[in-house]
Write a protein that binds this ligand. Structure first.
Ligand code: HEC
Ligand code: HEC
Length: 418
């Protein structure tokens, strides 16, 4: 080697070490890191090529990252070409506080994973881990035949050593304990989904939330009379006004709640309850034309949401009709996060809406006579108390959208104002 070559080699090694060190963000525990490897492992599908991130991309807030799908039906194609699911991927972030599915004192259902709550969490005591057992074996998603095939792929992976470090020797031993091994995979993924990498609480709103607390005030008490006092605490005047409208006239915070998490974290903007907003069908959903094997009702298929899940259970079947058309209140964190300006996203369980402005306009005018919204997908149980005719002006609609834009992670506070 010439001296020059040696220098280049040295630079190369330094660069490699630097990049390799960078690759794993600091602050992940070994279990979280293992979960991350699983989340981003494209070998875990049949045929290979599809990881969880295919439908839950960090760059769009851990929801669907493919523009072509978002623009149309907003449902995603599984590992097998041409097989589409029936709902839009919700965010996989900020879901860690979601309780196990249950009926509360007022006979409202709360908790569970998926738009309809069917990954209840009752089996593992953790809805997030229970959810993670689903996609690998779903023929419309990662399409693996059985648990054994997943455990085998993990056992042959380059992170098998890390797995045993986390869970102990023999923890991938499917011959003796296939269910245990599969459960450990799911629990590792849930650990990553609860990690600070997936839940950084680093939005402009979080910056404002902390500053407001330091100033001895609390964001939950904002209203029409006091909102001006919340200015100069990290949000622009218009954003504060938008927040005030979000809480007051817009009624948004009645479901996308502002209460802090049990561990004192800022709010995740959902109370994990269910509602039917009366959203129209999305006729562009390719699920309508899927073969009978997956969709026996063809174009007549309607998404019964929570009610559909309840009617499939013995325990809750009698509550089904009162819950047709209801879907879980999603987090609004990162709802407007896009890899670039103008990148197409879709909203609600069926992706009918393509802009936040349209979503707010719908809440505001669904029941106003002159508007021409298509009929609801399910006309039973539509919520008429908290939305439909809010009387917001166009300016007020825009301000609410402006506020939602402050919920994107990765905000860099101005210098000296940390
Ligand atoms: C082909 C697309 C696709 C793949 C691959 C996929 N998901 Fe999903 N995910 C979805 C859809 C669609 C839903 C909603 C389904 C429903 O409600 O019926 C969902 C729901 C979820 C939820 C529920 C969030 C909530 O608040 O209810 C979590 C968490 C999640 N996925 C994590 C994962 C993990 C972990 C993996 C990998 C093991 C994964 N997903 C793979 C499409 C996908
Ligand atoms: C009665 C409860 C309730 C109220 C009030 C409410 N929401 Fe929602 N929100 C929901 C539910 C439930 C969904 C999901 C419905 C579906 O997919 O069919 C949702 C979905 C959304 C979405 C789509 C998120 C996504 O990831 O697809 C946005 C944006 C949103 N709401 C914003 C608002 C705003 C802004 C307001 C106030 C103007 C508001 N919501 C008021 C319950 C509510």
């Amino acid at each position: 080697m010439t001296v020059n070559k040696k220098i280049f080699a040295l630079i190369g090694i330094l660069l490699f070490t630097f990049c390799a060190g960078k690759e794993e963000p600091e602050g992940l525990t070994k279990k979280e890191l293992l979960g991350k490897k699983l989340f981003f492992d494209t070998n875990l599908s049949l045929p290979p090529g599809q990881d969880c991130a295919f439908c839950h991309g960090p760059e769009v807030g851990w929801t669907g990252p493919v523009e072509e799908f978002n623009k149309a039906g907003a449902v995603y194609e599984g590992a097998v070409t041409g097989r589409f699911g029936n709902r839009k991927p919700p965010s996989a972030a900020y879901a860690g506080q979601c309780p196990v599915f249950h009926l509360d004192e007022e006979e409202n259902f709360v908790g569970g994973m998926f738009w309809d709550g069917r990954a209840t969490g009752k089996e593992l005591g953790d809805p997030l881990a229970e959810q993670a057992m689903g996609p690998f074996l779903n023929p419309l998603e990662q399409n693996n035949p059985d648990k054994k095939s997943i455990v085998t792929i993990v056992r042959d992976s380059d992170y098998a050593g890390l797995f045993e470090e986390v869970w102990g020797p023999g923890s991938l031993d499917w011959e003796n304990d296939i269910d245990g091994a599969y459960e450990r995979i799911a629990r590792s993924i849930a650990a990553f989904e609860r990690s600070s990498e997936v839940n950084p609480f680093s939005s402009k709103f979080d910056f404002f939330w902390r500053k407001t607390k330091d100033a001895g005030r609390d964001v939950e008490s904002i209203d029409e009379s006091n909102w001006e006092n919340y200015k100069n605490l990290g949000l622009d005047g218009k954003e504060v006004e938008g927040l005030m409208l979000f809480v007051t006239k817009g009624k948004c915070a009645e479901c996308h709640v502002l209460s802090p998490g049990s561990n004192g974290d800022p709010p995740v903007f959902t109370d994990f309850t269910y509602d039917n907003l009366g959203a129209p069908k999305n006729p562009k959903n390719p699920f309508y034309s899927m073969p009978k094997e997956w969709n026996p009702q063809g174009k007549d298929w309607v998404d019964k949401g929570l009610g559909g899940f309840l009617e499939s259970t013995e325990e809750y079947a009698r509550y089904a009709s009162a819950n047709y058309g209801k879907h879980k209140v999603p987090t609004l964190r990162n709802v407007n996060l896009r890899p670039r300006k103008g990148f197409a996203k879709a909203f609600l369980h069926n992706g009918f809406f393509k802009s936040l402005k349209d979503v707010v306009h719908f809440y505001n005018t669904r029941d106003v006579e002159e508007t021409n919204w298509p009929p609801p997908e399910i006309s039973e149980n539509v919520n008429k108390d908290e939305l439909g005719d809010l009387g917001l002006s166009e300016r007020e609609e825009d301000l609410i959208v402006l506020f939602m834009n402050t919920l994107s992670d990765g905000f860099i506070p101005p210098k000296g104002k940390k």
